[in-house]
Write a protein that binds this ligand. Structure first.
Ligand SMILES: O=C(O)[C@H]1NCC[C@@H]1O
Length: 353
């Protein structure tokens, strides 16, 4: 069965009007939602995925707010728009949507989309694993979906783009929290890392609202202070959020907990696949982890788990980097057909602050 995808919907409306009908498949990975757009989203133009991302941002952002925000979604919704791939060997290409815009990489979405690609017939199933090559804004991500003899898909492992520690021990003065020292690491997206205990929080037990407030403050202060750089493209060089951790970096035999606060005070429910990638790169560079050593990473909020392993050394431009393997599971939880009425003054959706 061929999948209905956003890029075969050439007849879809190009502006938000009563003609818009968006079909979605709903999944979650470790508790973090993924709303996959099956059809109804406009066809994006551009030679590269980053050009298509620009087209989405500049010309169709109301579609994002339509399916992501209230009353159809909520401020912690996460989405995936499939676009025509332009990279050789890609099985599919994806833009990631969040509450204030678009992400460069998303591990939980890759885990869910890889199952979806096999289950929808976009990629032919193979036993015991099917390889799915997903072109993301950060580059090509290779995923491997477990498939049993009855064709049932299960756990997914993926290898992301080269991951690297960008900066260590940066001092930043954060209103209400004082002077802090954070690391910034890249796993397809840039994240700041801080042991939550340094600001009196515990990622496993503190209230979600306290974690969100602190994470958003730290990201805001760093954005004002630090200029990031990525060897591939300036489009990738921005801070995606702050990951508060349990500080358990040097002890590889215990699960390491973390929580990501990203976009506009959005809280990740899963351990964050790109954040695990970035944290493994950080732990590897600091000598806390060796190649081939598998660690468990746990979401401080839902306690769901991914594993992370540094599997090979590589480079990103001139910088030492590692290839990281992340493993997790996604589940289907429904589907939707979203419509609108022309006289609805909230048709583009809304978020409360
Ligand atoms: O798994 C991840 O990588 C992510 N989850 C939500 C935001 C991050 O991109």
């Amino acid at each position: 069965m061929a999948a209905p995808t956003s890029y075969d919907s050439a007849s879809s409306p190009s502006r938000l009007s009563a003609d818009v009908v968006i079909h979605t498949t709903e999944m979650h990975t470790g508790g973090e939602p993924l709303r996959i757009i099956d059809s109804g989203y406009p066809t994006l133009v551009g030679d590269t995925i980053l050009d298509k991302l620009r087209d989405a941002r500049q010309n169709y952002d109301q579609f994002r707010t339509f399916f992501m925000s209230e009353p159809r979604g909520h401020r912690d919704m996460y989405g995936a728009i499939l676009v025509e791939p332009d990279a050789p060997g890609a099985d599919l290409a994806v833009l990631f949507t969040q509450n204030e815009g678009y992400g460069t990489m998303c591990g939980h979405a890759v885990i869910a989309l890889s199952r979806y690609a096999v289950d929808r017939g976009i990629v032919k199933p193979m036993t015991p694993e099917t390889q799915v090559n997903i072109q993301c804004p950060c580059g090509m991500v290779r995923a491997y979906v477990s498939c049993d003899e009855n064709g049932k898909t299960g756990a997914v492992r993926f290898h992301s783009v080269p991951a690297f520690l960008f900066a260590e021990d940066i001092e930043v003065d954060v209103e209400g929290l004082g002077k802090l020292r954070v690391d910034i690491s890249y796993g397809g997206a840039f994240y700041a890392f801080l042991d939550a205990a340094k600001i009196g929080l515990d990622v496993r037990t503190s209230k979600a609202r306290d974690i969100v407030a602190a994470g958003a403050q730290i990201t805001g202060a760093l954005k004002a202070k630090i200029k990031l750089h990525h060897p591939d493209s300036n489009d990738l060089a921005f801070l995606s959020g702050t990951i508060l951790t349990d500080g358990n970096d040097p002890f590889p035999n215990k699960p390491a907990a973390q929580v990501l606060v990203f976009a506009d005070s959005q809280l990740d429910r899963c351990p964050c696949g790109s954040g695990v990638t970035a944290r493994v790169a950080l732990q590897y560079k600091k000598g806390f982890m060796h190649l081939g050593q598998r660690r468990i990473y746990e979401s401080g909020t839902t306690k769901t788990k991914f594993t992370g392993t540094a599997i090979a050394e590589t480079t990103a431009g001139e910088v030492d980097a590692v290839v990281v393997e992340v493993r997790g599971r996604a589940h289907y939880c429904g589907s939707n057909v979203f419509t609108l009425e022309e006289d609805d003054i909230l048709k583009a959706g809304f978020l409360l602050h």
